[in-house]
Design a protein around this ligand. Structure first.
Ligand code: PMP
Length: 400
């Protein structure tokens, strides 16, 4: 835009080259814009029309524990979990939230007794998702308090441990680390989808959080869901959402139901031969990770987590007339973020990359050292391509 709007005639090649070289690449946020292309290609299948008279009532399903849950959204959530095999949903309650961000807050409220003498400690193993401490302490609640890295947590009594698997920022699979009596576990499974990690078995935990943002890309819909075993916990979560926003946008739930339906249809409809969402996104992630690893190796300045291949039980092939599925039963993990470590003598990786006009998020925000940065791998092609190209040149030009 900058290159074309600055002159009335078409930009010269030199202007464009300069513009590309100067351009700041912002990979700080995990904005999943990579998925836009898939949904553009999918065309009108996911288009819905909402008449003006719809969504007048606050209520969606008054007989349901979660009275603001749109039945069609719940149906499509259960259907997709069934197809992918990434979560046990039988005899569980689905609670919808305004993103899994709201559900996380609802869980904290639901797990903490109102009459506790002191706030319950909330922990997660470092490097942890940078929003956890900020959200936990934002209203300085008397119910709960951020207590940092789960690995060094030694306080007695009840606590809440957040287990993010695969983990944001580093992409590794995780299990609880504190393992003491009085511990309450919340599993944030935002990335437990086959484009990011092999689906080895259906997750079966008391409280599991999922989000539309990272599963199929529509972060702007602001829709997440929790799969909850204990009805009393689910009720309290519903209470929190009632108090904070009196439910969750029906229009968003209806749209979410439609896009989820399109994804599931592409696996179950035997006539369909077009690329499915998880094919598309796994292929894209792979096409990004391969040159990124090459650039990192060649630079000698950085390193990345190593993942060993594993068996993915999800394979769309089962549902297809011919083997058009590119997801392999044995797959390499393609994490949503590159957790990059700068090697010596670089101490502040974020500052170092900023000098090269690459914006990332420092390890400091994730409870570890500034030698690390988190880089979103979910951005648009042009940003990721330019980032990898720029990174591959850093090693060559750096006089160390
Ligand atoms: N949990 C994790 C681990 C995340 O990475 C994110 C998004 N960055 C969220 C929760 C929040 O997702 P949502 O858009 O549904 O609020």
């Amino acid at each position: 835009h900058k290159a074309t709007s600055s002159s009335s005639s078409s930009p010269s090649t030199a202007t464009l080259v300069n513009y590309t070289e100067d351009r700041v690449i912002n990979l700080d946020h995990g904005d999943p814009t990579m998925y836009t292309r898939y949904w553009q290609q999918a065309g009108d299948k996911s288009t819905i029309v909402i008449p003006g008279w719809q969504s007048v009532s606050y209520f969606s399903d008054i007989g349901n524990l979660c009275w603001f849950l749109e039945p069609e959204f719940a149906k499509q959530v259960l259907r997709l979990h069934q197809i992918v095999g990434n979560a046990v949903t039988r005899d569980r309650h689905i609670v919808v939230g305004t993103g899994s961000t709201q559900l996380f807050q609802a869980v904290l409220y639901a797990l903490c007794p109102q009459d506790a003498i002191e706030p319950i400690s909330v922990v997660s193993a470092a490097p942890y998702y940078s929003s956890y401490p900020a959200i936990t302490d934002c209203v300085k609640s008397n119910l709960y308090k951020w207590a940092g890295d789960a690995r060094s947590f030694s306080k007695g009594g009840p606590y809440i441990e957040l287990v993010t698997s695969p983990n944001n920022p580093d992409g590794y699979s995780r299990q609880a680390v504190v393992n003491r009596t009085g511990g309450l576990l919340v599993h944030d499974l935002a990335y437990y989808w086959p484009q990011y990690t092999p689906i080895t078995s259906p997750a079966d935990h008391d409280i599991m959080l999922f989000t539309i943002s990272k599963s199929i890309g529509h972060a702007g819909m602001r829709i997440g869901w929790a799969v909850v075993k204990d009805p009393e916990i689910a009720k309290k979560m519903v209470k929190y959402i009632e108090l904070s926003t009196i439910g969750v946008s029906k229009d968003s739930q209806v749209r979410a139901a439609k896009v989820l339906e399109v994804v599931s249809d592409s696996y179950e409809c035997t006539k369909s031969v077009e690329e499915t969402l998880f094919d598309f996104s796994y292929r894209k992630m792979n096409e990004r990770w391969t040159p990124l690893r090459e650039a990192v190796e060649q630079s000698g300045l950085f390193s990345l987590p190593e993942f060993s291949p594993d068996f993915c039980k999800f394979s769309g092939r089962l549902f297809k007339p011919q083997p058009v599925m590119h997801l392999h039963t044995c797959m390499v993990r393609c994490a949503a973020f590159a957790w990059l470590k700068c090697e010596e003598p670089i101490e502040d990786c974020e500052a170092f990359l900023r000098e090269h006009k690459i914006l990332t998020r420092s390890g400091r925000h994730f409870g570890v050292s500034p030698e690390y940065v988190r880089i979103s791998m979910l951005d648009r092609d042009e940003n990721i391509d330019l980032f990898i190209e720029r990174l591959s040149k850093i090693g060559l030009e750096q006089p160390i």
